[in-house]
Write a protein that binds this ligand. Structure first.
Ligand SMILES: [Zn+2]
Length: 42
């Protein structure tokens, strides 16, 4: 069961910022769907 979940995440495409389309690092997950730059603009 857990292995299936791991496999699912491994197959996901890289996250992209919804605002500028920039590829985001995994560590940016805490910011949601925006990259550092767009997140800082608020
Ligand atoms: Zn962005």
């Amino acid at each position: 069961m857990l292995e299936n979940v791991m496999e699912f995440f491994r197959n996901l495409p890289p996250k992209k910022c919804v605002t500028c389309g920039e590829k985001m690092e995994e560590q940016a997950e805490a910011y949601g769907t925006k990259c550092d730059k767009c997140n800082a603009s608020h």
